[in-house]
Write a protein that binds this ligand. Structure first.
Ligand code: ADQ
Length: 749
């Protein structure tokens, strides 16, 4: 399969294990190959981009000798595989500990099996740091770093901190659990933050992506969109991208390999009397092996006509055998198989054939091709490659796939018989139906699956991942050069001090004070009133508070400050210093529209507990700050969408604010205010505007590039500078007022 990677961007693949494992043999060492699907996908990329693979050797004895070093050097020179050396204690805590006894069970929704040990967490952190160190030894400025899986969730952030310009993508091969389960995990925040260090994060399914977004919102308070998360100053791209297989690895064997063809013919002969059901798994509790065996027992008992006519071949490769749970599972499976065969076998028929070992690819392919039904029913699985491998071995469209709804693969394999593996009775029924399916119906389902499996293969998967990573990293670099820079406070204060005419345009909520749950609770503290009073009294200084607030609020809070300009409702009305009158925008105004819009918002209030409507003179606002976050976000999108259609061709617009949707008149925007103030302060040589949300962007857009435009908070903005929050903003204003005092005292002296 041809891929079209450009050679200038080298790919660094990073995964817990390399395609090679180091094994002790006598007093020496040998290399064992693991023919995992990942190597098949990554090797062509490495070849084409002259890339490298970084991972752990899988060897934890702690013995370091010359022979070992020599072998590892060979890996590096011949294959470009570089090892991360994990000391035995780190390796154990990291791999058998936190990765496989905390992350693995919890991410597969088995919270009762979670076994958290703080020392193992420390080992996990340490191992991720050791991976980072090896990557940094190799990292070049153009490289694309592709990190794989749950063992390395801290790595993106560790890399970002050490090499801020690094282009980092992360793929999670296992499910991302629902936020209700994820929150059980100790150190959950660190893991989320670890992932958010990447430029691009991909999961097998939209459901996992959605779970990740919910967790980021609920645990870190970070909002996101379906395709991206905005973190402080950076965008992390998100995508659902199910992995594929390399179908030719199987089809080629069936078409051309003598051993495979011979084995298939032999097995066909051997199983002439029977229909064959096939299950292939790693011996893991997530794969639902005991559940399958019990469903098979039920099938034999409920469908007597199948006795003597059907065989289940269960292939299970032992894994993680040092973890007690896995030993117990092995025993349980052994016992169940003994029971079933003991109960149902006859002298010339054995219902269950159990192969507990790794099979050569030729043998596995022959089995896939032989089987009438593949029985793939994990209790939970990131994706499940076995389902796709089985389909690849049925190009003629025979064979049926029975697939668990809890395998990620179910999201794209709708033509399978989808079952709930916890429902023994219906699973057995589904298998019986699959066996009885007429050839035409089988072909219809299988050919649709075959087409998809061959099209969405592992090569198109990796190509798409890298192309998205490239784009995500490129748009970050572009934004790095245009995004607001940290405000140079001293320089700003000096410029303020030197200026002859100053104009300060200040937003209120989120800029001068933090947001409160209800708008009426964000009352300005006394020191803010005092600060604004001092600033507005400075000679040659015009200060305006420009807010989305109603005139009632602004008047009550700031009405008595001499010299202060007020603009309410985003500039729909303004009050000049000394005047008691508010001036309306010349466009004129009618409130008729509220009659139509109010009921729409009310409908949303009824659907969203904790949300409410705020009515202002010139606008209506739906606030959802106190409602369940993701529900509010979701409805807000829905509301804006509804309103956009309803308000098309009127002079009203629906605008998303901070946890609010506001319907207001087009001309009521902060940019308009500038016209009036330019008249009051014709040629300021110090012009500063500060704000935190989208409505402030209108104002920033109107100002000359030389203005000190400040975005308060961590979002994207067209402002030149940023400050992190209202505290920093007020500190800046204090420094301005202190300058004024210094200047005044100099003047007196
Ligand atoms: P795994 O949990 O390993 O992978 P799976 O996707 O089923 O699960 O892959 C297993 C692989 O091992 C298959 O390629 C299969 O052919 C092979 N295999 C299994 N038993 C075998 C045996 N006895 N002999 C030889 N080969 C055997 C993790 C996630 C999955 C996700 C993959 C890829 O848990 O959900 O699909 O990564 O992202």
């Amino acid at each position: 399969m041809e891929t079209n990677f450009t050679t200038e961007q080298r790919v660094i693949v990073v995964s817990n294990r390399l395609p090679f494992t180091l094994k002790r043999s006598g007093d020496g060492w040998r290399t064992e190959k693991s023919a995992g699907g990942l190597a098949v996908a990554m090797n062509p990329i490495l070849k084409q981009t002259a890339g490298i693979w970084i991972g752990w050797s899988g060897e934890a004895s702690g013995i370091r000798d010359d022979k070992r070093e020599r072998l590892l050097r060979q890996w590096a020179e011949r294959e470009r595989y570089f090892t991360v050396d994990l000391p035995p204690e780190v390796a154990r805590g990291f791999y058998e500990g936190f990765s496989n006894q905390a992350l693995w069970p919890l991410f597969h929704h088995f919270p009762a099996l979670l076994n958290f040990d703080p020392n193992e967490w420390k080992a996990y952190v340490k191992a991720n740091e050791l991976f980072r160190d090896v990557i940094l030894e190799h990292l070049g400025p153009n490289d694309l770093v592709w990190v794989h899986d749950y063992h390395l969730m801290l790595l993106p952030r560790l890399l970002r901190e050490a090499a801020p310009q690094a282009r980092v993508g992360f793929f999670l091969h296992i499910p991302f659990p629902s936020s209700a389960v994820f929150r059980i995990l100790p150190r959950r925040e660190e893991l989320l933050e670890g992932l958010l260090g990447a430029d691009y994060l991909a999961f097998h399914t939209y459901r996992y992506l959605q779970h990740f977004r919910n967790s980021a919102l609920r645990l870190l308070g970070i909002d996101s969109h379906m395709d991206r998360v905005e973190t402080v100053g950076r965008t992390v791209r998100l995508e659902a991208l199910p992995i594929g297989i390399a179908p030719e690895q199987f089809t080629k064997l069936l078409d051309e390999d003598e051993t495979t063809r011979k084995r298939l013919a032999e097995m066909r002969e051997r199983f002439r009397c029977c229909r064959v059901l096939l299950a292939v798994d790693r011996l893991d509790y997530t794969k639902g092996i005991p559940e399958r065996l019990r469903a098979f027992r039920r099938l034999l008992s409920d469908a007597p006509h199948l006795r003597g006519q059907v065989v289940l071949v269960q292939v299970a490769v032992p894994s993680r055998e040092r973890i007690p749970m896995y030993k117990e599972l092995r025993q349980e499976v052994d016992e169940l198989i003994g029971q079933i065969n003991g109960e149902w076998s006859t002298p010339d028929w054995t219902p269950l054939i159990y192969l507990r070992r790794n099979l050569p690819r030729t043998e596995l392919t022959a089995l896939y091709a032989l089987a009438d039904v593949a029985w793939v029913t994990p209790l939970r699985d990131g994706l499940n490659l076995v389902a796709k491998e089985y389909v690849a071995c049925h190009p003629e469209g025979d064979g049926v796939l029975v697939l668990s709804e809890f395998a990620g693969a179910a999201a794209e394999m709708g033509e399978a018989f989808i079952v709930n593996p916890y429902d023994e009775e219906r699973t057995a029924e589904a298998v019986a139906r699959a066996l009885a399916l007429p050839p035409e119906a089988r072909r219809e389902r299988m050919s649709a699956l075959y087409k998809r499996v061959t099209q969405n293969n592992v090569f198109s998967w990796s190509e798409r991942f890298l192309s998205n990573l490239r784009k995500a990293a490129a748009s970050r670099s572009e934004r790095d050069s245009t995004k607001p820079k940290e405000l140079p406070v001293e320089e700003t204060v000096n410029a303020f001090g030197r200026a002859a005419h100053r104009l300060l345009l200040l937003d209120y909520d989120g800029t001068l004070v933090p947001y409160a749950s209800r708008p009426q609770d964000a009352v300005p503290p006394a020191e803010l009133i005092e600060l604004l009073t001092r600033l507005a009294a400075s000679p040659n200084t015009t200060v305006a508070v420009i807010s989305g607030r109603s005139r009632v609020d602004l008047e009550a809070w700031f009405g008595l400050i001499p010299g202060l300009w007020l603009a309410a409702e985003h500039g729909a009305i303004m009050r000049s210093p000394g005047s008691m009158e508010w001036e309306q925008h010349p466009a004129g105004y009618s409130a008729e529209w509220k009659r139509d819009v109010y009921p729409v918002l009310e409908h949303f209030v009824n659907r969203t507990p904790g949300s409410f409507i705020e009515e202002k003179e010139f606008s209506l606002v739906w606030h959802y700050r106190m409602s369940v976050p993701e529900f509010g976000e979701w409805l807000a999108n829905d509301l804006v969408h509804n309103l956009e259609q309803m308000l098309a061709e009127t002079n009203l617009r629906a605008v998303r604010g901070q946890k609010s949707v506001e319907v207001k008149l087009i001309w009521a925007n902060k940019g308009e205010v500038m016209k009036r103030l330019t008249y009051a302060c014709p040629q300021p040589d110090f012009l500063l505007a500060a704000g935190d949300d989208r409505t402030d962007e209108d104002l920033f857009a109107r100002l000359p590039r030389t203005a000190w435009t400040i975005h308060v908070g961590g979002n994207t903005s067209r402002a030149r500078y940023r400050l992190s929050g209202p505290d920093e903003m007020r500190r800046l204003l204090y420094s301005f007022s202190a300058q004024r005092d210094i200047n005044a005292s100099r003047h007196v002296a």
